[in-house]
Design a protein. Structure first.
Length: 83
């Protein structure tokens, strides 16, 4: 990526703060899921477990999308046509 008329940097460097945020979200979800699994059974426990699993799935999907986008923007897939 060309920044400020001459500073070149990789899109991996540009997206790295966002990946840190995704990692924090994922790890928080793991911690909350672990806490939920130790609680006694009940309907609120089931809902909380589903919520944490969805949160973790979402953060992984978003992080993978950002990796693929960074690869594409850095030219790793220059021969792949985008429509």
């Amino acid at each position: 990526a060309q920044l400020n008329e001459g500073i070149s940097t990789s899109y991996y460097a540009i997206f790295s703060p966002l990946w840190v945020s995704d990692c924090i979200t994922f790890m928080t979800g793991v911690q909350e899921l672990h806490r939920d699994l130790r609680e006694s059974p009940g309907p609120s426990r089931r809902n909380s477990i589903i919520s944490q699993l969805n949160r973790m799935k979402g953060s992984v999907c978003v992080a993978v999308f950002k990796v693929l986008l960074a690869q594409r923007l850095d030219g790793a897939w220059a021969d792949v046509e985008m429509r």
